[in-house]
Design a protein around this ligand. Sequence first.
Ligand SMILES: *Cc1c(COP(=O)(O)O)cnc(C)c1O
Ligand SMILES: [Zn+2]
Length: 438
Amino acid sequence: MAVQSPAPGTTDPGPAPANPDAPSAFGPAVALSCRECGARVPLGPVFACEECFGPLEVAYDFGDEGPEALRARIEAGPQNIWRYAPLLPVPADVTDKPNLNPGFTKLVKADRLAAELGVTGGLYVKDDSGNPTHSFKDRVVAIAVEAARTFGLTTLSCSSTGNLAGAVGAAAVRAGFRSCVFIPADLEAGKVVMAAVYGGELVGIEGTYDDVNRFCSELIGDPIGENWGFTNVNLRPYYGEGSKTLAFEICEQLGWRLPDNIVIPIASGSQLTKIDKGLQELIRLGLVADKPYRIYGAQAEGCSPVSAAFKAGHDVVRPVRPDTIAKSLAIGNPADGPYVLDIARRTGGAVEDVDDEQIVAAIKQLARTEGIFTETAGGVTIGVLRKLIESGQLDPAAETVAINTGDGLKTLDAVAPSTGMTAVIRPTLDSFREAGLA
Ligand SMILES: *Cc1c(COP(=O)(O)O)cnc(C)c1O
Ligand SMILES: [Zn+2]
């Protein structure tokens, strides 16, 4: 099936692609709907509204099963994201298909970190470094892969800040696709190796992530891109739904209830936006009791367009050129930035940023207090959590969940200069004593 997307300035983009397999291939999903104008189109490999160019998202008919039956069905499901298949755009037999089965990562009660930060209402770290390729991206890719299968696409691709490239490479191998992924050429060695090792094509592009993304949009519009599924571009509506599983897991792991606060790192803003969508669905379906919750966004100071807009009271996000060690979050023109602002304001949350030094300090604080080694994105999240508490923007007496989206082993350079051996000694007790360690 040809990949279709409306070109800017086109008045008649033609009909949306028909999807002969719908609805069962997409489970409860019934259409794509425009976030801006509400226009509906059939489920297809499209991502922008033909009426207003707004982003498309998946719309559902969840039926009227009732919360008790639905909860029981979920709890009887596998220990991965497919337990939530009844709430995702995937076929009911998704578990029979070859994929990486990500999700159901640990929700760690972080009492020692809470004590250091002065949180008294309970603090949890949702540790998504435990996914198959060690970042939250396995969740979103898994849903995009199912869509690519249904649409008959043959090459999996993405524009990536690092983690997505590895997640696509691994998922493609498992599911039997060719993969060809694109990254900024200056990424961390750990990210490059993780993306290359699965054997697909890995292309470094001279430029920022935003340049990579522009290139990918061009490729989609070209005959070269026919039958290509870009997980975060033409499959973006499906990809985004994967982040809802973070909301589902957090609430289920808390005993089917909402936390008071969730702190979420922002790259394009997709994850934050879809976690909120997931929480809203849980409330609407009666799976959790409705109560207020606050969503907080975290950025690095060297790439903080959403935080800057939040603080200035703006509705639009002005693009920036990133300069930060948090490369996985270095998107200067975040597609979902305006929706992040809406959600932070509507829920009474905030968007904050921390500098590189604070990122490193937060990585080490989380490792030292909870035994969790996060990548720079997690340093941003924990650093921002600290700053939100210190500035009075987040109530320490409320229950808070912070999301660790990636593994510190992929960004060793961030902490290597400030860590190391306590001493180097000869293999004798005397030498140990001389080093002052006895
Ligand atoms: C991609 C990514 C995010 C968030 O990305 P969004 O584009 O905002 O969904 C957060 N942390 C890490 C480590 C990532 O790789
Ligand atoms: Zn529209």
